[in-house]
Design a binder for this molecule. Structure first.
Ligand SMILES: N[C@@H](CCC(=O)N[C@@H](CS)C(=O)NCC(=O)O)C(=O)O
Length: 301
């Protein structure tokens, strides 16, 4: 297994190697393809060797074959809250439209995500990563929220999990950004300090208080206490009681873990949030998205 030190040395930004600074011709082609300026070949028309040629900047010899030879949407993940958000949306899309996708489950405790093959897909070296192999060359997407927005834009043709109305779309983005920037880091750091520095009362208190504060923000929204109609809502965004969407998926994947860090007594101020957690947990695609399939680690990695 490659150590973190060896792995970071393969990151071109940290070495003397400047070959990565040369303009990459495939970049311009990809740019055209992304913007719809170039005809996208049918995924079936793209053979494995052709794809490997076109994606030589993305896939190298050490890239697991199941990643480099994937032909549709491919998710590299582990069953963590961030991984689960994208897992859930992919399961929802498969159940709603039959959109196929494949997965590679890695073990982040071995630092697989710091190796060069992974950094070529996500220089941030963190899961999850989605690679859209229906594009030529394939298009990698990192950051959970960017993945949810990308998949909603390109694979949810009936807008079952997103919105067309520009103001509802903006509201969905507001709740997604709120959780990405202001919820996940607090809850993530609460986990980190509780696990790795249990005597650090200051750190734990800080992140516990902030996590409870953002739970309170969601409770305000779901209870409808400050809404014009003062009616509680079922979901974060959408008219009336709202519509289940990528904003709920992003947030739920974290909040459902509340029993790991909070007592029921600490949660009693958030009754609408707790009902929302149960409501979303009941969805079949959600159960699949956090299920057994993702608990397994690839034996090849
Ligand atoms: N902001 C990123 C966070 C991704 C993230 O922190 N992933 C964690 C697992 S939940 C990870 O890969 N940790 C391994 C590492 O830091 O090396 C996202 O939303 O995708």
């Amino acid at each position: 297994m490659q150590s973190i030190t060896n792995a970071t040395l393969t990151n071109p930004w940290l070495t003397e190697n400047t070959s990565h600074l040369k303009p990459c011709p495939t970049y311009f082609k990809r740019h055209l393809a992304i913007n719809g300026l170039q005809k996208r070949p049918s995924p079936l028309a793209v053979t494995h060797s052709l794809r490997t040629q076109m994606a030589s900047h993305l896939y190298i010899d050490s890239t697991p074959k199941e990643v480099s030879s994937a032909s549709g949407l491919h998710l590299i993940t582990q069953n963590t809250p961030n991984g689960q958000a994208t897992q859930i949306l992919l399961e929802e899309l498969e159940s709603a439209y039959g959109t196929p996708f494949t997965t590679t489950v890695i073990d982040i405790s071995t630092n697989e995500q710091k190796k060069e093959w992974f950094l070529r897909l996500n220089p941030n070296g963190r899961i999850p990563v989605v690679v859209d192999n229906t594009r030529s060359p394939p298009f990698p997407v990192f950051e959970t929220s960017a993945q949810l927005l990308y998949l909603a834009d390109h694979f949810d043709k009936d807008h079952k999990f997103g919105f067309t109305d520009p103001l509802e779309k903006s509201e969905a983005e507001q709740w997604i950004f709120f959780w990405h920037g202001g919820g996940a880091p607090y809850q993530g750091n609460l986990n980190y300090f509780s696990r790795n520095s249990p005597d650090n009362d200051f750190g734990i208190a800080r992140f516990k208080t902030e996590t409870l504060r953002v739970f309170g923000v969601l409770e305000i929204r779901l209870s409808g206490i400050y809404a014009a109609d003062k009616q509680p809502r079922h979901y974060l965004v959408g008219a009336g009681k709202g519509k289940y969407s990528i904003a709920d998926i992003k947030t739920w994947a974290w909040i459902k873990y509340w029993p790991a860090r909070f007592t029921r007594d600490e949660m009693k101020e958030f009754p609408h949030l707790l009902e929302w957690v149960e409501r979303i947990a009941a969805r079949e695609a959600v159960k699949l998205g956090i299920g057994e399939k993702y608990a397994k680690r690839s034996s090849k990695l």
